[in-house]
Design a protein around this ligand. Structure first.
Ligand code: RNT
Ligand code: ZN
Length: 422
């Protein structure tokens, strides 16, 4: 039997199995079209960016570890790699770009000088790929970020430099959204914080609020731009206090009708972002997610299909929140094949959503409401070993991308033919 037939046959059996639970797998495959994942550009080059020929990551508590060969060294290589990634993924994606990835053409353009023209070739690239685009101001790897404070700085020259950066990034993001006919989510994450116990927590938070108010003063239509703010618990070198904590940004988002960005690497280990979605969405219109896998001090390991990610996906699907949740990824691993990291991580997130769509939620709610909690637990456990893999494989086949582990070989050839020559 050919492999294609085998996959179809397995799918037919899975379809019958899920039908017994009242789930129509064909409909689930259609619903997967509603899932759009924003691919972060920064896994291609360990968050180095394109500002100067030798730009490299410094400061800000983001640290890429590893030196696996084949890292992208310029815009062209970044795009070639992203095209490979897109070709190996089923479903729909967007591009999530950081401001340090502009097309600066060997010119030195400081962060308070960037304009849409520096990102036009990216916008055109996205047009060609038929994908939308998201954007991020870059408040790290810069001399003005070296003393630990950016938008919350008490040094007026530094603070206003970063306010200008944010203003420009929002204008550029709105242009991206307008040109691509799809609202661009602009996310603000700053590394600001303190290694040791500070005295004036309040002073820094006041500064941050003031900076955000200034930078957000210009309004753009929501068809072009959606503003998000991202909190963090701690960073390397900022262990004692983070200015932009969750309390700070959630309050800011509620008061100012902004999106809160929930990065599941930015909370206490026993807190679950999956639990926060229905809490936040009672009060704000939309959230942005940075799906990742925190390990000890690191918030950015490659995503795998774990319970954390599953709860996030299940909560979104159960409540029909796909249209109110913007899904981004945030990981960077420099110790393995970087294209492989993307494909493993993105497919893991997609699997979590498909798994969620294959859940008989109404049945489970009925059990819950009638106090049948043993039954609820048992069914949830049984669902884990249903024929989910057969539905996933069939989906990949239908989408014309490598099925199952066969993408490993494709990445190995890409490594031999392209990455090894860098
Ligand atoms: C850092 C934040 C932030 C960055 C990217 C590069 O802890 O998660 O989102 O990872 O902006
Ligand atoms: Zn993040």
């Amino acid at each position: 039997m050919s492999n294609t037939n085998f996959i179809e046959k397995a799918y037919q059996i899975a379809k019958e199995q899920y039908a017994e639970l009242g789930i129509d797998t064909d409909k689930v495959l259609e619903k997967m079209n509603d899932l759009v994942i924003s691919l972060h550009c920064w896994q291609t080059d360990d968050v180095s960016g394109c500002e100067t020929p030798d730009s490299s990551l410094s400061g800000g508590g983001i640290q890429a570890t590893g030196s696996y060969p084949g890292k992208a060294n310029n815009l062209e290589q970044i795009r070639t790699d992203l095209e490979k990634v897109l070709a190996l993924l089923p479903g729909k994606q967007r591009l999530n770009l950081h401001a340090i990835y502009g097309d600066f053409n060997e010119e030195i353009v400081d962060r308070d000088q960037i304009e849409t023209k520096h990102f036009q070739s990216w916008i055109d690239w996205c047009k060609k790929q038929e994908i939308g685009m998201d954007f991020n101001g870059s408040f790290f790897s810069h001399p003005n970020a070296d003393n630990g404070f950016t938008l919350s700085s008490k040094d007026e020259a530094i603070r206003s430099f970063w306010v200008e950066h944010l203003k420009r990034c929002r204008a550029i993001a709105a242009d991206m959204g307008k040109q691509l006919n799809s609202p661009c989510v602009h996310n603000v994450w700053i590394p600001d914080g303190s290694k040791d116990t500070p005295i004036d927590r309040n002073g820094y938070r006041k500064q941050l609020k003031k900076s955000l108010d200034e930078a957000f003063a210009t309004e753009y239509p929501t068809t072009q731009l959606k503003d998000a703010v991202e909190s963090k618990l701690f960073g390397i070198g900022a262990e004692s206090m983070t200015v932009g904590s969750h309390d700070f940004y959630l309050s800011y988002a509620v008061q100012n009708n902004k999106l809160i960005c929930l990065d599941n690497g930015h909370f206490h280990p026993t807190e679950q972002v999956g639990d926060k979605i229905s809490a936040c969405l009672q009060f704000i219109d939309e959230v942005l997610l940075h799906i990742t896998r925190p390990i000890r001090w690191d918030s950015d390991h490659v995503v795998t299909l774990n319970e954390d990610v599953q709860l996030i996906a299940s909560e979104i699907v159960r409540n029909n929140y796909l249209s109110r949740v913007n899904i981004g990824l945030d990981f960077f691993d420099a110790s393995i094949n970087r294209i492989g990291a993307y494909v493993v991580g993105t497919r893991a997130a997609q699997k979590a959503f498909m798994f969620a769509m294959l859940e008989p939620t109404e049945k489970l709610i009925e059990m819950e409401e009638s106090g049948q909690n043993f039954e609820r637990l048992a069914l949830l456990e049984e669902l884990k070993t249903k024929l989910f893999g057969a539905v996933w494989d069939y989906y990949c086949q239908k989408e014309n991308v490598p099925v199952g582990e066969s993408y490993i070989k494709e990445i190995q050839s890409y490594e031999k033919e392209i990455l090894a020559t860098r």
